[in-house]
Design a protein around this ligand. Structure first.
Ligand code: AMP
Ligand code: ZN
Length: 430
């Protein structure tokens, strides 16, 4: 099922022609209307007319998150203020936020991309989508909301939290589809479980869209199994509209990134050099259709890889793998580079481990992994917990090559987040 079959299955050559045409327009507009880009172009001694092929994108400057912050609030706006109809900000953890502007056309285009994403998972007008992302300055809920309305789905703008009310809404309005963070999905599962609810028997759920933070394949499986649904990975970032940048189709094997709207590059984050398909690196994105805020070669800091080969669904836009981590999430213990994601992948594969965990970086050579164990294991006995503890320690050591201290906790001990989860506590920098 397609939303816009022609563009979703476009041939490579036609796609690249379209990309080049749109890249030229974007570069012209950025140069003409945004002093920041005019200055960086002149420092690099380039002009928009120097871009004559897609390869030439490498001549363009990168845009970083610091550039967005330094130009806050209006510095990167490419249109008159009167044309802007929406402001979002990005959920950065420190310092000034990043302001992201949309014209009416930008909102409509972002919604079109969501409509493509949802349609490829088989959603229809009679579906009911309960949107459990945060409404407000965060793009996650509103952009999804507009896209789902475009498809004609009934949207319940529930927002996150209020779990009892969520459950009632899901039952009363026969929700078929959830949009939420993986950490909230796991929490919701725990609450339902405690209330003796059985998703297969007591609900009408068919699928969920999970995104906004990294999660492992093991977490997807766990959520699919508990809710009896299909989970589709959804990737986006405010700087590029929010959700709808890349999304999984029914094959659930990587996320199609809409290449008619974004040019993607995968680079070595240290050298900035482009990497071939199949190699892991930092995703760099250039907007091709945005009016209010065109962004060239944005360093997302997200680590992924392009999945080589064609997708069975027939869409030609290349797929990216699950986000492996962020360049700034990575931490180093005993000289080894570690992503929280690797730890999650191990934990989710161990029987008896519940959903919540935390990584404490005690020093440069000592880390502790705090893990909640599942309710049925927590019966006061200690022997089987000790073997679980050594099983986890051993599996983690073989994955990350560092032996962590593992602490087992009673379920419900660790804080639960409604938005993005904080998994790593770095005591070294506190
Ligand atoms: P924000 O701009 O606040 O929407 O945050 C965007 C960031 O959230 C991205 O750059 C990623 O680091 C993260 N993110 C969003 N979706 C996913 C996903 N499906 N998997 C992993 N990380 C994600
Ligand atoms: Zn596909």
């Amino acid at each position: 099922m397609f939303w816009q079959k022609e563009v979703e299955t476009i041939g490579r050559k036609a796609l690249e022609e379209l990309q080049l045409k749109r890249l030229n327009q974007t570069v012209q507009r950025a140069y003409k209307n945004i002093p920041f880009y005019r200055d960086t172009f002149s420092k690099l001694n380039i002009k928009p007319k120097d871009i004559t092929s897609l390869k030439d994108i490498q001549k363009l400057p990168f845009t970083t998150r610091e550039d967005l912050r330094e130009n806050y609030p209006f510095g990167l706006l490419a249109v008159e203020r009167e044309q802007v109809v929406r402001l979002h900000t990005s959920s950065g953890t420190t310092g000034k936020p990043k302001a992201i502007f949309f014209t009416k056309k930008d909102i409509d285009q972002a919604a079109e991309l969501i409509a493509r994403c949802l349609t490829m998972t088989g959603i229809k007008k009679d579906d009911v989508l309960q949107n459990m992302m945060t409404y407000g300055l965060f793009t996650g809920a509103l952009i999804m909301h507009y896209g789902a309305e475009k498809v004609g789905v009934l949207v319940i703008p529930a927002g996150p939290g209020h779990t009892k009310r969520q459950i009632a809404l899901m039952q009363d309005f026969k929700t078929t589809t959830l949009h939420l963070t993986p950490s909230y999905a796991l929490y919701l599962a725990d609450v339902m479980n405690n209330q003796g609810l059985n998703p297969k028997r007591d609900f009408f759920l068919r699928r969920a869209y999970l995104g906004a933070e990294p999660y492992s394949e093991g977490t997807r499986k766990k959520i699919e199994k508990f809710f009896h649904i299909d989970v589709y990975n959804s990737y986006g970032l405010s700087e590029m509209n929010g959700p709808g940048v890349a999304f999984e189709c029914v094959e659930k094997n990587g996320m199609h990134l809409w290449e008619d709207n974004f040019i993607m590059e995968i680079i070595n984050p240290e050298t900035g050099e482009e990497l071939p398909d199949g190699e892991k690196g930092e995703l760099v994105l250039t907007t091709l259709c945005r009016e209010a805020m065109p962004i060239l070669r944005y360093r997302t800091r997200d680590i992924t890889t392009v999945i080589p080969g064609k997708c069975k669904c027939g869409r030609t836009h290349r797929r990216i793998s699950r986000i492996i981590g962020r360049t700034d999430d990575m931490f180093i213990v005993r000289g080894v580079n570690i992503f929280p994601q690797q730890i999650e992948q191990v934990l989710m594969g161990v029987k008896g481990v519940a959903q919540n965990y935390q990584i404490i970086l005690e020093s440069y050579d000592q880390m502790t992994v705090r893990v909640e164990i599942s309710r049925d294991l927590f019966d006061g006995r200690i022997e089987h917990l000790m073997s679980l503890q050594s099983e986890i320690t051993e599996k983690l050591r073989s994955e990350i090559l560092v032996k962590p201290k593992v602490e087992l906790l009673e379920p419900g001990t660790l804080p639960v987040s409604e938005g993005k989860a904080t998994r790593v506590i770095d005591k070294r920098t506190l």
